[in-house]
Design a protein around this ligand. Sequence first.
Ligand SMILES: Cc1cc2nc3c(=O)[nH]c(=O)nc-3n(C[C@H](O)[C@H](O)[C@H](O)COP(=O)(O)OP(=O)(O)OC[C@H]3O[C@@H](n4cnc5c(N)ncnc54)[C@H](O)[C@@H]3O)c2cc1C
Length: 402
Amino acid sequence: MDNNIKTMIDNKYDLIIIGAGASGIMAAASALKDNKTVLVIDNQNAPLRKVRISGGGRCNFTNLDMSSDHYISENPHFIKSALTQFSVSDFLSEMDKNKIPYYEKKLGQIFCKNKSSDIINYLLDQSKDADFLFNTDITSLKKNNNIFEIDTSKGCFNSKYVIIATGGISYTNLGVSNFAAETGKNFMLNVIDFSPALVPLKLQKPYKELAGTSLFCKASIGKKFFYDDMLFTHKGLSGPAILKISSYWSKGISVDIDLLPNQNIKQIINQAKSSKSKQTIQSFMKNCFSIKVASFILDETNINNKNIQELSNHQIDLLYNFIHFFRVIPVADMGYSLAEISKGGIDTKELSSKTFEAKKVSGLYFIGEAIDVAGNLGGYNIWFAFASGFIAGQCLSDNKNY
Ligand SMILES: Cc1cc2nc3c(=O)[nH]c(=O)nc-3n(C[C@H](O)[C@H](O)[C@H](O)COP(=O)(O)OP(=O)(O)OC[C@H]3O[C@@H](n4cnc5c(N)ncnc54)[C@H](O)[C@@H]3O)c2cc1C
């Protein structure tokens, strides 16, 4: 556990935050700016554990292309207010001010230049005046006479406001819990069932000979598509393009993959033919694909050892269809243990989009992955956790204005 964290216990607080992840710690920092007394409770032994491992240890915390289009929710307009209240450029200026180096990797994705610990230390510094309790289980959460009473394995605490920031149920080895959904149901809020998202897909017959090989592709389900890298695995498919499209996948649905999205194989073969190229199709294909993928395509289409001039129109059509309309019907996703996030959670119709407070339970807020807002791969989930935490933390007031 980080040295910055003190443990000073009093049993009455303005605000108790349950969950010390990206959203909970940001909410603490935000509420402290308003001089609230804050207690953060977590059932694990350290804060921000997902942030630490996120982005391969470099935390992809936001994206320059920020809009509600990058989020899935039963209520797609809900996120818009949060995105206008919490600005990417303001946050990047804050990073500059605090000398936290970052860079754009690709597609607008902003990563820490060093390690996630840069942003972790920043958040812990911003929230250092809160009290923290780790390894602490919540045994009950009730509201009596406008005061929340929280019983825990380390005593009973009271507060005027409670923020639930316990995340989703993916990446199970980090000790996740269904606490947000259970609490929502106890307070009679509608909850949308969780399901794994940003998750590798399993195939009945995986292309084992290609396991470990990746290629740039366009992965589509219906009208939704992503251009990015795809990785063949021993069990099926992964890589950013597949993780992104997986959030739109459900059992029985096929995924269409264009293996050469920026070129038309028919056109380039015909160009090569008319330029009287003497290349074999094998060597020609290596201009477009790795040796492994090129051999795989030619094996699957039964086109072997032909000079490019000898290819018939039928064979060119075969190649065209195989390369541009590669279709898989996954049998399953790889489940919560490998899913980067979970879709679903507290129904956003139950919450104010301006404050994240439950409309039916004044003083109770839900933020981050615990609610039905699932971001795309590319920094959108940590960003939503930050935005919702920041907003809820600064909106704790009895003067409701929404
Ligand atoms: C491997 C991996 C890499 C990722 N990389 C990125 C990335 O680069 N960019 C990005 O945008 N997103 C990334 N994500 C997703 C992102 O990390 C999460 O969406 C985000 O951290 C959610 O923040 P949160 O505060 O809602 O929940 P969490 O960060 O999950 O925090 C929830 C906290 O609540 C605590 N808790 C849970 N149950 C209880 C309970 N019953 N009582 C008390 N405490 C409890 C947990 O211990 C935890 O500390 C990644 C996820 C994974 C798994």
